[in-house]
Write a protein that binds this ligand. Structure first.
Ligand SMILES: [Zn+2]
Length: 201
């Protein structure tokens, strides 16, 4: 793919198909195809995928929280919620409340598919430009990341990279977007990107 297609957000049907093509286990949650924050701001052009941890425990509670959000931060809180059993629960289609503000130098590096600089500014709307995956984990550095879950994260990110013609450098952790965040904690983004690169070969 070239040019405009590389940055046009994927459709719901194409996302489901792309995830299944990677062999992912997919659950479509409630009205996810119409669930977004498009009334609050723009969605697209898209430039990358952002990985998060939820700081929660329990699959059902976690998926509900990411779908609904809370009083201070309405849902959807990402496009997909990846639970410990390796299921990708689709919860949002369009603009989602997951990235917040981050560093424009990081966005430029993601667009160029290069290693990102250490973030030191909060001047750019990330919800406009990134797909988000919230992954069930306490984020305390002790809660384990099961192999099934890491594989699902790899597949989710690779599915979008393959669709858009991006490489693994288009996948960042929330902590690479803003110095105010520490997620995901418990694996390195370098290790995840290596797996994505291998899968994309
Ligand atoms: Zn986050």
């Amino acid at each position: 793919m070239r040019g405009r297609e590389m940055a046009t957000p994927i459709t719901a049907d194409a996302l489901v198909a792309a995830l299944k093509k990677e062999g992912a286990k997919v659950e479509e949650v409630r009205d996810w195809r119409e669930h977004n924050r498009d009334h609050k701001g723009p969605w697209g052009p898209v430039h990358g995928v952002m990985i998060h941890h939820t700081a929660t425990r329990g699959a059902k509670e976690t998926v509900d929280l990411i779908y609904d959000g809370h009083a201070d931060l309405p849902g959807p809180l990402s496009h997909g919620c990846i639970t410990k059993d390796g299921t990708i629960h689709l919860v949002g289609n369009g603009r989602c409340n997951h990235a917040g503000l981050g560093d424009d130098d990081v966005l430029r590096a993601v667009v160029a598919e290069k290693r990102t600089p250490t973030p030191n500014q909060v001047n750019t709307d990330g919800n406009r430009h990134f797909y988000g995956f919230e992954c069930e984990n306490l984020g305390n550095g002790e809660d384990p990341w099961p192999a099934e879950q890491l594989e699902a994260i790899e597949k989710a990110a690779a599915a979008l990279c393959r669709h858009h013609g991006w490489n693994e450098m288009s996948v960042i952790g929330h902590l690479q977007w803003t110095e105010q965040k520490s997620d995901p904690r418990g694996f390195t983004m370098d290790a995840l990107r290596e797996r994505i690169a291998a899968r994309l070969k």
